[in-house]
Unconditional design. Structure first.
Ligand SMILES: Cc1cc2nc3c(=O)[nH]c(=O)nc-3n(C[C@H](O)[C@H](O)[C@H](O)COP(=O)(O)O)c2cc1C
Length: 201
């Protein structure tokens, strides 16, 4: 399966990058094709609400979003890993998400959602935050859910790690590595396997 991951952090080797790599470990081991997009180092401008995609579902801005659009169309599994910034997703990641308004037009105005594919479409959200407060996770999850539904990902699992602040602090977390790895493993289960497992849970 093709797996597209969106890494919201501008901090290289930060906590969300560490967790993303752990989640990807079993996915890579199984031979799935992984592409990581890090909007902090990409040329992605924010949505202009110019209406250019209303009737076509195609964004008129030309930049590196073109690679992201292709990955979203061709992918079957999607991961967002991000820190919480001011109770939401990072600005860099939010710009990428906002530019998916063209998929929103395609799905809701033109009634043409991105096709499901053979294995269905599923998502995983991993958020880290320095604070104890859950507010940022709830806000980030709401934005991620809106993004996932827009790109026709109906279901996503979410894992939140509060009180993880200093660079690399997540390495000392007692359960995070195992949890994200298991979530990665579940993400790439085929639909039939997944339904069976859900019946057992
Ligand atoms: C601009 C900025 C805003 C932040 N806002 C929040 C916040 O609202 N809530 C929170 O829990 N942590 C907040 N943090 C802390 C980060 O989420 C935390 O340091 C996280 O571990 C960074 O992840 P990374 O290493 O993957 O970049 C903020 C950090 C920065 C730099």
């Amino acid at each position: 399966m093709k797996v597209a991951a969106f890494l919201g952090s501008p901090r290289v080797n930060g906590n969300s990058e560490i967790l993303l790599n752990e989640a990807l470990r079993p996915i890579r081991e199984e031979g799935h094709e992984v592409t990581i997009f890090r909007p902090a180092v990409m040329n992605i401008s924010p949505c202009l609400n110019c209406g250019g995609c209303d009737e076509t579902g195609v964004c008129v801005v030309e930049d590196e979003m073109e690679k992201v659009y292709d990955a979203i169309r061709e992918g079957e599994r999607f991961i967002i890993a991000s820190p919480v910034f001011f109770f939401g997703l990072t600005a860099q990641l939010k710009a990428l998400i906002d530019r998916c308004q063209s998929f929103w037009c395609e799905k809701y105005l033109l009634k043409k959602p991105v096709p499901e594919g053979r294995n269905g479409r599923k998502g995983l959200l991993i958020l880290v935050g320095g604070m104890k407060k859950e507010t940022g996770f709830k806000c980030g999850d709401a934005t991620a859910a809106a993004f996932f539904r827009t790109i026709n990902v109906q279901k996503h699992e979410a894992l939140f790690y509060p009180q993880v602040d200093a660079k690399g602090a997540v390495i000392k977390h007692p359960t995070a590595f195992n949890e994200v790895m298991e979530a990665g493993r579940r993400l790439v289960l085929r639909q039939a396997q997944d339904d069976r497992n859900e019946g057992l849970r």
